[in-house]
Design a protein around this ligand. Sequence first.
Ligand SMILES: [Zn+2]
Ligand SMILES: [Zn+2]
Length: 167
Amino acid sequence: MIKVNVAEIKRHLTGKKLLQFDVEPSELDIAETELPVEGAIHISGEISNVGDVLLLKARVGAAVNRVCSRCLKEFTAESSADVLEKFYPSGSQGVENDAYVYEADIVDITEPLRESLLLAEPLRALCKEDCLGICPVCGADRNVHPCSCDTSTIDPRLAALKQFIKY
Ligand SMILES: [Zn+2]
Ligand SMILES: [Zn+2]
């Protein structure tokens, strides 16, 4: 968990605290199975007093191990996300149920950082934008070994028809 003491910045109307630190994935409650982070997670930004609420403006980034959805190669990529969240003092009136609140002078910023980094992860990772993937016929990684297989007849019915036309 990452907790920030905001006692000082609450004393000034425009008080702010700069955030610049590295944490282990476990400190953001991120398990290896959830997001395979390589090394530390970098956090930078600020938390500021904007009157009724505290505003967290930060960037969270990490090197993440991914598997290409086309060629199945493992690779590491930099992932990052911007975070912009308000934190309300507990007991505030008219605050939505899912709003972040804080008690006393301690703000727990774990959840928004964690969620932002997890959401930044693409559902289908690609090792490169134009990855050629694996040949469905011979199984070769077409980025490394371009093959000349005919992949236009993936539909078995079409394949059967072509067979028929040959004779
Ligand atoms: Zn690939
Ligand atoms: Zn092939």
